[in-house]
Design a protein around this ligand. Sequence first.
Ligand code: CAA
Length: 261
Amino acid sequence: MLTYENLIIEKEEGIALMYINRPKALNAINADVLKEMEQAIDALDADDEVRVVIITGAGEKSFVAGADIVWMYNMDQPGCRKFSAYGEYVFRKLERMEKPVIAAVNGFALGGGCELAMACDIRLASETAVFGQPEVGLGIIPGFGGTQRLPRLVGEGRAKELTYTANTIKADEAYRIGLVNHVYPADQLMEEAKKLAKRIIKQAPLAVAYAKHAISVGMQCDLDSAMAIEADMFGNSCATEDKSEGMGAFIEKRKPTWKNK
Ligand code: CAA
């Protein structure tokens, strides 16, 4: 098992919990955090015991307060470009995990923190969560995918307003604009995230992975190409033993036992 300085990984009943853990900087992300995330993503995707990943922030106050401003302060143009490209790469890797990833946003999700949440499949928030892309107030722009994922999630107009003004929004507004799926009292967030994960775990694993692929890749394509991807993934799901198991269980009026094959 890999050990991490800036992450805590826990596993329970098919769920991997990934805590971003830099309490002194409200879990802000530097290149060391990104490197560890890259390693953890590879390890969790390859781990047959893990069916769903939940990402959250260590501590009570912050999910991730952004990319590390102190780290970036003395960085030159090539260094900043490299840091942005690396963050984009790691978050894209996260987005492309076969397994579903849930963001449990437990506090500040600003800049790179909001971008991390947006790279997850599903976002849940505590009532204390705060979202925003405040980068232009620092003289920079979002650099871990925010200029691309925010408009895709909430629409171009809302994304531009949030980005140009550096305004932050609370959980209820994030819910209203579709940035998060659900909002829960802070002390119930993890319990609810685990409940959602367990509901996903009850379904056929390969079917969930094929559905994720069809939605995620299809969303980046024109409709005809996306439909072809769906037909391919539908075909793949029908080639699994779990198709016989799932349909057989329905016909025999029993619960399926998934083989993950
Ligand atoms: N980078 C580095 N350190 C950070 C940080 C960040 N993004 N956010 C917070 N911290 C540090 C603070 O410097 C402070 O450290 P010290 O105790 O050593 O002074 C510590 O975390 C606690 O923070 P505050 O005292 O500021 O806590 P607060 O409760 O008063 O405010 C906050 C909380 C509103 C989140 C505030 O810390 C804040 O505005 N942080 C910056 C948010 C931000 O601008 N994020 C975008 C970063 S740029 C980016 O993300 C670019 C990209 O897309 C790649």
